[in-house]
Design a protein around this ligand. Structure first.
Ligand SMILES: [Fe+2]
Length: 245
């Protein structure tokens, strides 16, 4: 099936929502960066996978790009949440289509680096997801990790966590939406805070509402995929637990 209309990243003629609806991409329509090289989880042969920076290498990149301490703390919480989600996906293998081969070291790197460009763009302008994706690709040579950084604010295609290559970026975007500063919160708390801090105009508030709607859609899809209600689930000891308190 070839449902692609145009190419991704073609600019701003259509809204992201219209673009996603028009493209209705399937796994066969993925853009070239996705997926010519083997999935890291499949790659046992040296040199056959993209390089994946470990935690120390990610911390070195934080230093190189002068990431402030509060963004490091935020990134650590996002990484905790993303890793717990990824482990839950692996543990719930039976519920997946064609199995789950999400690669935990890639999830860790993508989560730790997702806001690598945040401080720079606050100070000098620009889109922190796009610039961060470019920096991450440049530094790591790994387009899959860069994709998680690039799309951690908005997912421009349909939400489908059963597409193997989409699960990791959807986990990163959801984990980020569950962390306010360095605290795990619900989506409602996170987006209430965004409206309060940034909702100066109706246009901005509308964009925040759209982002909230997409986050809820991702939460529902991941909850079904992982076999647990994620609304207030939090990572404890590396595993997701439902937050009774
Ligand atoms: Fe973030």
């Amino acid at each position: 099936m070839t449902a692609t209309v145009g190419m991704p990243f073609t600019g701003d003629v259509e809204s992201p929502r219209e673009a996603a609806a028009n493209r209705c991409m399937t796994v066969d329509d993925l853009p070239p960066l996705s997926f010519a090289a083997p999935n890291p989880a499949d790659a046992t042969v040296s040199g056959s996978a993209w390089p994946v920076p470990d935690m120390a290498a990610c911390h070195a990149l934080w230093d190189r790009y002068a990431m402030p301490d509060h963004i490091r703390a935020h990134s650590n919480r996002v990484a905790d949440m993303a890793m717990a989600l990824a482990r839950a996906a692996l543990n719930n293998e039976a519920g997946g289509l064609n199995g789950t081969d999400i690669h935990l070291p890639s999830v860790l790197a993508s989560a730790l680096l997702h806001d690598i460009a945040k401080d720079y763009t606050i100070r000098f302008g620009g889109n922190h997801a796009q610039l961060g994706g470019a920096w991450t690709l440049h530094e790591t040579g790994n387009p899959r990790i860069a994709q998680g950084v690039m799309h951690h604010v908005h997912w421009p295609w349909r939400v489908d966590v059963t597409v193997r290559e989409w699960l990791m970026p959807l986990i990163i975007i959801y984990a980020d939406k569950r962390v306010k500063h360095d605290q795990l919160v619900t989506l409602e708390e996170r987006f209430d805070d965004l409206v309060e801090r940034y909702g100066r105009t109706e246009r901005i508030r509308e964009r925040i509402r759209e982002s909230h709607e997409q986050a809820v859609e991702i939460e529902l899809a991941l909850s079904a995929r992982l076999g647990m209600a994620l609304h207030d689930a939090v990572p404890r000891g590396g595993e997701l637990t439902v937050n009774a308190g």
